[in-house]
Design a protein around this ligand. Structure first.
Ligand code: NDP
Ligand code: MG
Length: 394
């Protein structure tokens, strides 16, 4: 029996790895929707190859190019945010949520409303709207499977376990490209420096978030929201080899670790075949060759993002949406060269502070609209604050 699948963010790093797995067992799948952004050539190539029902670009001004590239293919084309939601409304047995940023929330949310199985790579969904997303999944009998490697590892460590016996969860961080840089040097880090990830091959934004530890900050919040674990039971530890992805600690003192090669096809494949385990084309680990697995505490002075994540987990409510939006703006500013690498955390902190005086951050996120409003407000303030700082330093 073929399984129908839709991939949101198909042209990205996670999307391409997902298609790689599907390509290896082509006859087992029917591709419903593939979506992308600016890379319409890739989107069109994949839509043709996999005979997708529909290809959607999020950008209205790329529709003509997409249509031209898919002329005569029989693949329907569409563009824009509403088209993404309509694509999510199309029946599919399995949906991959791999759009980058808060833009990934709405399509995943709609897939859950139809009671679907959602493989969730888009961590921003849980950071901005965790309680809402989890409640929506439960209300509609939908299933969310984590794709972030640490969360997939925790998920696998919890199979057959009683949650009440879980004492702690430890997620690992490679530490990113600038792990060992002193604070003074970090201030001068360029985009190229931050993009040189030692272990993982990922999209540009998450690679820079790894270097600033904002990725791990998002993942602490993601852990809290997905597994419903109290923040004081969640830890992050630096593990330069990226072989151990997460550990679960139980009430008897046992720690169950998940080890695997740093290859996202592992976590994607686990979510694709769950609850079964099937053969995956990932490297098998040779422990004797690796020889050493190191662990050390993260440095929250050089990387304040983790401390900010703790504040966000304590506040909950709308703080996650503000945190994520401010982080996205800070990253855009860094990419544009308007702020320094080390200014990103300060900008996020200042935005949380400003918003705490404007709205009640502890108010629960009760709808998708509230998330989007909070996201918009936080982006506006973060951009204003960035501009003010730039004027002050000019
Ligand atoms: P990429 O940047 O490689 O890909 C992002 C995808 O989203 C592309 O298909 C892109 O289209 C599309 N896109 C970009 N902007 C928008 C928008 N505004 N609306 C709709 N679609 C958009 O990202 P990754 O694959 O690295 O990451 C995807 C998600 O998975 C992120 O949330 C990330 O945090 C998470 N994740 C990624 C991991 C990884 O190893 N890469 C690991 C764990 C989690 P186009 O390229 O055509 O413009
Ligand atoms: Mg991760």
């Amino acid at each position: 029996m073929t399984r129908s699948v839709s991939i949101f963010g198909a042209t990205g790093s996670i999307g391409q790895n997902t298609l790689d797995l599907i390509r290896r067992d082509r006859a087992a799948y029917r591709v419903v929707a593939l979506t992308g952004g600016a890379n319409v050539d890739q989107l069109a190539r994949d839509a043709r190859e996999f005979g997708a029902e529909v290809a959607v670009t999020c950008f209205d001004d790329r529709l003509d190019d997409l249509r031209a590239a898919l002329a005569g293919s029989g693949v329907a084309v569409a563009a824009g945010d509403q088209a993404l939601i309509e694509a999510a409304d199309r029946p599919a047995d399995w949906t991959m949520s791999a759009i980058v940023g808060a833009a990934g929330l709405a399509p995943g949310f709609h897939a859950l409303r139809h009671g679907r199985t959602l493989a969730l790579a888009n961590k921003e969904s849980l950071v901005t709207a965790g309680p809402l997303l989890m409640a929506e999944a439960q209300a509609h009998g939908a299933c969310i499977l984590p794709v972030d490697s640490e969360h997939s590892a925790v998920f696998q460590g919890l199979v057959g376990e009683d949650m009440s016996a879980v004492e702690r969860v430890i997620i690992t961080a490679s530490g990113g490209a600038l792990r060992d840089w002193p604070l003074e040097k970090l201030a001068e880090a360029t985009v190229t420096d931050a993009c040189a990830h030692p272990n993982w091959d990922m999209g540009q934004r998450i690679t820079i978030d790894s270097a600033s530890m904002f990725n791990k900050a998002l993942e602490l919040i993601e852990t809290r929201e997905f597994f419903g674990i109290a923040p004081d039971k969640i830890e992050a530890v630096i593990h330069p080899q990226s072989i151990v992805h997460a550990l679960v600690g139980f009430s008897d003192g046992a720690l169950i670790a998940h080890l695997g090669a740093p290859d996202m096809r592992h976590a994607i494949g686990y979510a694709l075949h769950w609850p079964e385990r099937r053969h995956l084309p990932v490297e098998r680990i040779d422990l004797a060759r690796i020889a050493t697995l190191e662990f050390r505490a993260p440095d929250e002075v050089r990387f304040p993002a983790l401390r900010l994540a703790r504040d966000v987990m304590a506040t909950r409510g709308r703080a996650g949406a503000v945190f994520n939006a401010a982080k996205e703006v800070a990253l855009d500013e860094f990419l544009a060269g308007t702020i320094r690498f080390t200014d990103m955390a300060g900008l996020v902190d200042a935005t949380l502070d400003a918003l705490s005086r404007e709205i009640r951050l502890t108010d629960a996120i009760d709808s998708l609209e509230t998330v989007l409003q909070t996201d918009h407000l936080a982006r506006t303030r973060a951009s204003e604050l960035a501009k003010q700082r730039q004027e002050q330093t000019a």
